[in-house]
Write a protein that binds this ligand. Structure first.
Ligand code: ADP
Ligand code: MG
Length: 624
């Protein structure tokens, strides 16, 4: 059988074209990519051998060997991993498998629109095997699969649009990649240079990397060392090798436990929540090793789903090796490790919140929503998570949410029984909410809850430190008396009984079924009206979410409260007495009602108000 020619998938042609012509300065990352592939292949054969005896070279050392032939101008990276047969070579090295490379191509289109050169992007993505063409004129991949019946084949390409495959001589299991180094890549034929690259990018690879018969990587798993022996930079570089995130993690936590169950773990919080698109890890979860064998790349059974932003490694001697990947989560050992890890991780967040508030603020900014989700979804963790919450409030003028529930309780007035919050979508406009009137007048702090997830969170967060959390739109607010000086600056006289009854009746008439009741407000000061939520409408936190999710949501029916001292109410009373049929009256009533809906974030379609506002302005600007 002679060499057969194949054409690369179009995306790969595009990728190759970019890589061959790019001026990317850190070309050395090609070695990281090849070593990482070799390490994956070794992991896979190691896992295969747990359950399969029929593997060739079962006794071969699991290792990576790098060698240089200066005369031939070649660099060779060989492994004793799982290998590839004919079809696997065609598929794996002819079509795009890798999400990192796909993401790179996608981002590249945006980047090109902004004139950002491709070379600026390459380092941020794991562009995979094909990165070797940045330094090669030609590459040959000779491979023999672990399956005894498969033959060895050689894959060759010069990085143009095609590759060839032909039968090869190779008796041993694994893959050997020969890189014919191009003119600019001559430095990669120098052993000392290669040694530095391995140290820099691949030090924590779990298999020995031999360079000239000397092991070039540290290899001992960082997580198996006592924490006091690990320098803090080492945690950072291990994180980068694990995730290919190019930024430092925000936080690391090293756990070594002996009893009741033995395990090692290093957990990380990434520097930001949006690292996703740069991250080579395509899913969330922890890397699971059992007795040094990689069992699972993305284990989701240790930590609750709300902690899915956490990256890291777990390694235990107490896990059965023959466990099927699917049934892992049912083992008791996993559950106990998970409990312990979660406890330690939350403890670390508590420590951070206490000892490094600035850093905690950064954490909160990026990952706070996940903890709120935790309160909504894991009632058992709610009490602990509640202490970690941070909010904006009427008292705090910090840019970031920094007020904890404990801070709030510490500032509560002696005669105040509840913790007050207002749901809002907009920090800028919330200060104008009529619901805040009575609280500002009494110097009572109100927390601003601004995120969609807050509504879900509140279903499981009804109390803190024995104090009830209370929405400020409640119909039956029981507030301490007003301070005397505040009584003095009362805006206007109270409207007489009779005209006020007429105003109330007119509101009720115009709004009809849209409100449950129209009544006098005991709490309003600077605003004419507010919509109070009647008792029993307990699911009101969810109304906001429905509104966000669903265009045709039903506007909830509420109590409309009128401020008997407000000039606007006085004026309306005048119109109703003198010119009850004036079209202005119902228009103003409608507008007051809809403005209140808008302020509460439950107006189904604010743009509908524009026509009426224009006609009100026209009336207001008329000169006669
Ligand atoms: P990724 O590693 O993200 O899957 P790559 O472009 O680095 O993407 O590699 C493509 C595929 O080629 C791998 O998924 C793997 O199936 C195969 N491959 C590459 N190198 C080796 C190797 N040394 N041994 C076995 N398979 C390999
Ligand atoms: Mg790879």
């Amino acid at each position: 059988m002679s060499a057969q020619e194949y054409t690369f998938q179009a995306e790969i042609q595009q990728l190759l074209n970019i890589l061959v012509h790019s001026l990317y300065t850190e070309q050395e990352i090609f070695l990281r990519e090849l070593i990482s592939n070799a390490s994956d292949a070794l992991n896979r054969v190691q896992f295969e051998m747990l359950s399969n005896d029929d593997v060739i070279d079962a006794d071969a050392e699991l290792a990576i060997r790098i060698s240089v032939d200066k005369d031939a101008g070649t660099l060779t990276i060989a492994d004793t991993g799982i290998g590839m047969n004919h079809d696997e070579l065609v598929r794996n090295l002819g079509t795009i498998a890798q999400s990192g490379a796909k993401e790179f191509l996608k981002q590249l289109q945006d980047a090109q629109a902004q004139n950002i050169p491709a070379s600026d992007l390459i380092g941020q993505f794991g562009v995979g095997f094909y990165s070797v063409f940045m330094v090669a004129d030609k590459v040959t991949v000779t491979s023999r699969s672990f399956r005894p019946d498969d033959q060895a084949f050689a894959w060759t390409s010069d990085g143009s649009n095609t590759f060839t495959i032909e039968p090869a001589e190779k008796d041993t299991r694994g893959t050997e990649i020969t890189v014919f180094v191009n003119e600019e890549g001559q430095e990669f034929l120098e052993t000392f240079r290669l040694r530095n690259i391995v140290k820099k990018h691949s030090d924590f690879i779990a298999f020995p990397i031999y360079l000239d018969d000397e092991v070039a990587n540290q290899q001992t798993a960082l997580w198996r060392q006592p924490a006091r022996d690990v320098e803090s930079e080492a945690y950072g570089s291990f994180y980068k090798q694990l995730t290919l995130d190019y930024r430092d993690p925000l936080l690391h936590l090293h756990v070594v436990a002996d009893a009741p169950i033995q395990f090692y773990s290093v957990l990380y919080v990434p520097g930001s929540a949006d690292r996703g698109m740069f991250n080579l890890r395509t899913d969330h979860g922890l890397k699971l090793y059992a007795r040094k064998v990689l069992i699972q790349e993305y284990n989701k059974d240790f930590l609750p789903n709300y902690l899915r932003f956490v990256d890291g490694v777990v390694d235990s001697e107490d896990l059965p090796l023959n466990v099927a990947r699917e049934s892992i989560q049912t083992t008791r050992a996993i559950q106990r490790i998970g409990m312990s890890l979660k406890g330690k991780f939350l403890g670390e967040l508590e420590r951070l919140a206490d000892e490094e508030p600035d850093k905690y603020a950064t954490f909160w900014q990026e990952f706070g929503v996940f903890l709120k989700e935790g309160i909504a979804t894991e009632p058992g963790d709610a009490d602990r998570l509640a202490k970690l919450l941070r909010f904006h409030s009427t008292v705090s003028d910090a840019d970031q949410p920094t007020v904890s529930l404990a801070d709030y309780v510490g500032r509560m007035r002696d005669d105040q029984a509840q913790i007050y919050y207002i749901l809002t979508t907009d920090l800028q406009s919330v200060v104008n909410s009529p619901h805040l009137d009575p609280f500002l007048a009494r110097d009572i702090e109100v927390l601003y809850l601004t995120e969609a997830v807050d509504s879900f969170m509140l279903m499981n967060l009804t109390e803190f430190d024995g104090k009830k959390l209370q929405n400020v739109d409640d119909a039956d607010l029981e507030l301490p008396d007003l301070p005397e000086e505040a009584e003095d600056e009362t805006p206007a006289e109270q409207l007489e009984e009779e005209p006020f009854e007429a105003v109330k009746a007119r509101f009720a008439d115009v709004l009809g079924e849209r409100v449950t009741e129209v009544r006098e407000s005991k709490v309003l000061r600077g605003h004419p009206v507010r919509l109070a939520t009647p008792e029993g409408q307990l699911d009101r936190n969810v109304q906001r979410v429905y509104k966000m999710l669903d265009q045709d949501f039903d506007v909830p029916r509420k109590i409309l409260e009128l401020n008997r001292r407000h000039p606007l109410i006085h004026n309306l009373a005048g119109w109703i007495a003198d010119k009850p049929d004036a079209p202005l009256v119902p228009q103003v009533i409608e507008q007051l009602f809809e403005s209140a809906l808008l302020m509460d974030g439950i107006h189904p379609n604010p743009a509908d108000m524009v026509g009426r506002i224009e006609s009100l302005m026209e009336a207001a600007t008329r000169r006669e």
